[in-house]
Design a protein around this ligand. Sequence first.
Ligand SMILES: NC(=O)c1ccc[n+]([C@@H]2O[C@H](COP(=O)([O-])OP(=O)(O)OC[C@H]3O[C@@H](n4cnc5c(N)ncnc54)[C@H](O)[C@@H]3O)[C@@H](O)[C@H]2O)c1
Length: 253
Amino acid sequence: MSKVAAVTGGAQGIGKAIAWAFADAGYELAVADVDREAGNELMRELGRRGAKGFFMPVDISDEQQVGRWFKLIDADLGRLDALINNAGISRNAPMLELPLASFDQVIGVNLRGAFICSQQAARRMKTRGAGSIIHIASTRALMSEAHTEAYSASKGGLLALTHAMAVSLGPFGIRVNAISPGWIETADWQKSSASRQPVHSERDRLQHPAQRVGTPQDIAAACLYLSGQDAGFITGHNLVIDGGMTVKMIYED
Ligand SMILES: NC(=O)c1ccc[n+]([C@@H]2O[C@H](COP(=O)([O-])OP(=O)(O)OC[C@H]3O[C@@H](n4cnc5c(N)ncnc54)[C@H](O)[C@@H]3O)[C@@H](O)[C@H]2O)c1
């Protein structure tokens, strides 16, 4: 029986690269995303690559919708090995003007949504005594530009959720890790109607110690590794994938 991976926000961007990577590694897929057009396009592409699984339009901040998604995973795929909580939004605005509704929306999707999906997944993984959950956080959980309070708080919350869940779920054979991406260029991983050419200046690239910006595949490869047996002793960890930006000391002249 094939392994099964569930990916939120898996229809576009980093999540799409994660879905492709797990499909290429032989996993069956359950992809949830609010964008129906992008989800259907992804499934056509995966079908051409011989991958199995389904896409379902799901808003992960809605407990009922998430519940229906996991019931379909039970019915259609019959097991769950990996959950990647990738879906995320931002509503950046000056802190003194940010509407509370926007703050609640960002926390609702990025943090509460990840928790709702994790509860559903962990109940199933506990029955099998094995599983991997990965939260896609951000280097903005660790450092900030101005006007990013809601997003940064949601991603900081995911890091705390990672160590709390790792401790709670360890006895059930479930490992929980976070990945904190830095600047990842997703322009050419959007649905065809929204696809753009990535544009980077030399300055953009060279400010990274790794001399380039990141790609969705950089994150997807780490998700695959952290979900596999070679990472069996890694839990509660936050893997920063940012080309070295957060370790770079900056002094202005
Ligand atoms: N791109 C970056 O530079 C970067 C850096 C750090 C962290 N991240 C994080 O990586 C993740 C993916 O980012 P991305 O750049 O690929 O974003 P993206 O906007 O390209 O893709 C996000 C996907 O999530 C879906 N989505 C949004 N709200 C949803 C909801 N409520 N329920 C289900 N699906 C929903 C969108 O429809 C979209 O398909 C996010 O959590 C983001 O915060 C991205």
